[in-house]
Design a protein around this ligand. Structure first.
Ligand code: ADP
Ligand code: MG
Length: 439
């Protein structure tokens, strides 16, 4: 407890008093040992917010105070009413365990507008008659935060509602790749392969991660063929269009053509408003319509960012018991709002986008590793964070493995230099910006 107080003191000296009072003062200290510090907060909003913005800070300060490396765990206070049940078929022991479906990602929570209606109808059709429509495989593609994961998981939910024994396997190509590598090490390729071949519905999220990974693609190709022949449903998502999936094996891409490609576009204003209303309603957050307008006009079209703004308002109003007026909203969301393109994008989205683009794990970009595949993506992430947010060099360094500001300056210099001399790199940067919806 005392040591936590010491850590808090250190944090207090680095951030402004208002943020401190809002986010740190209410944290409940649970425990601290030589591996991790466990903290508890009131609700998911606060937890998300701390995860997104302050975990690195807490970690850095804790390590400073304690003098040893430590993990920070932020738990949400348990509320007895919350009782999420996972369909039995989603359980899986052993090494290749597909992820659970997120209970929020259902069709009922998905707001349909011009930008996504085709994708949503196709997803619904597939979910009602998996393997029986012409949409096999179904490939949904579009930029970050536009609802691909939500849709692909909604398919899983509906299939399971209609048939609780269906074998619905959701996984990301990243997870699949790791499992594949793991199974090579442990001589378990046959098990992995049999496991996936046994699916009734295979939901493979973010297939762009397969790019450049030939052996994993090869394995996936065989699984794909078996499932397809057995008329099992395959659904894929990708952050880029099939023609931009360079580095993906031709025969795999051509298999995708057997089914249907649908894209999701950034939502128009009307849809943005509908999404904001849906989210505020779900969270029982009462905000005046001028605030809804304000968010719709100013936050980027990435829906994850829209949610982030609402979470922020929500946390603020629940912690301070203040109603949200337009003035207050402007103040609270100042950092999320755009002046030109500034502040349209958060560090999380930048890291997510860059990590997907280069097919490297997000953690690695945020971390300390100096391995060659990570260094450039990390530099690019730092460069974009400087360009697109108002963070200081020091804060940026903190978000990328606790580096100091001179490292950030060096990274920005390197990227600028490369941009002026390397055409291919320039194109890559344009593609990344396009995915961030800012080009
Ligand atoms: P992607 O996988 O395309 O990066 P996600 O599916 O993770 O995006 O969506 C980001 C967030 O936005 C999720 O919390 C999701 O629930 C929400 N979201 C996306 N599209 C919609 C929509 N049309 N209606 C409601 N929420 C949405
Ligand atoms: Mg996704």
């Amino acid at each position: 407890m005392e040591r936590w107080q010491n850590i808090l003191e250190l944090i207090k000296n680095t951030i402004n008093p208002q943020s401190y009072d809002t986010w740190f003062a209410p944290i409940k200290f649970i425990s601290l040992d030589d591996k991790k510090i466990i903290l508890e907060v009131e609700n998911n909003f606060v937890s998300d917010w701390i995860q997104q913005n302050y975990v690195e800070l807490i970690k850095t300060k804790a390590e400073h105070a304690l003098n040893y490396p430590i993990d920070v765990v932020v738990k949400v206070k348990e509320s007895p009413s919350e009782n999420v049940t996972i369909p039995p078929s989603m359980y899986r022991t052993g090494s290749f365990r597909p992820d659970y479906l997120n209970s929020r990602y259902v069709f009922d929570n998905f707001v349909v507008g011009n930008s996504n209606q085709f994708a949503c109808s196709a997803a619904k059709a597939v979910s009602e008659a998996p393997g029986k429509t012409k949409f096999n495989p179904l490939l949904i593609y579009g930029g970050a935060g536009l609802g691909k994961t939500h849709l692909i998981q909604a398919i899983g939910h509906t299939v399971l509602i209609n048939n609780k024994n269906a074998r619905v396997y959701y996984t990301t190509s990243e997870q699949f790749t790791f499992d594949f590598i793991e199974s090579i090490k442990n001589n378990k390729i046959t098990e992995l392969s049999n496991f996936y071949r046994n699916a009734d519905v295979l939901l493979m999220d973010d297939i762009q991660f397969f790019i450049g990974r030939e052996r994993t693609q090869e394995e996936f190709f065989h699984i794909f063929n078996t499932l397809y022949q057995n008329q099992k449903q395959i659904v894929l998502t990708s952050d880029r269009s099939p023609k931009d999936l360079q580095g993906m094996e031709e025969r795999l891409v051509s298999r995708f053509q057997w089914g249907l490609f649908v894209d999701i576009q950034p939502p128009d204003k009307e849809t943005r408003i509908a999404i904001i209303l849906k989210k505020t309603e779900a969270e029982k957050l009462n905000i005046p319509s001028e605030v809804v307008q304000y968010i719709a006009d100013n936050v980027s079209s990435n829906i994850r960012e829209i949610e982030g703004s609402i979470i922020k308002l929500m946390a603020f109003s629940s912690l301070t018991k203040n109603d949200i007026s337009l003035d207050l909203a402007k103040q609270i969301l100042k950092e999320n709002m755009s002046n030109g393109i500034k502040k349209r994008v958060s560090v999380d989205v930048i890291i997510e986008t860059v990590s997907k683009f280069y097919g490297v794990p997000e953690n690695a970009i945020r971390g300390k590793t100096r391995s060659k595949e990570i260094v450039l993506p990390r530099m690019i992430s730092m460069f974009l964070t400087k360009q697109l947010t108002n963070y200081s060099l020091k804060t940026i360094g903190l978000q990328f493995g606790g580096r100091d500001h001179s490292t950030v300056i060096h990274a920005i210099g390197t990227v600028e230099e490369k941009l002026s001399t390397d055409d291919v790199f320039q194109k890559e940067m344009e593609a990344i910006k396009k995915q961030l919806n800012i080009a």
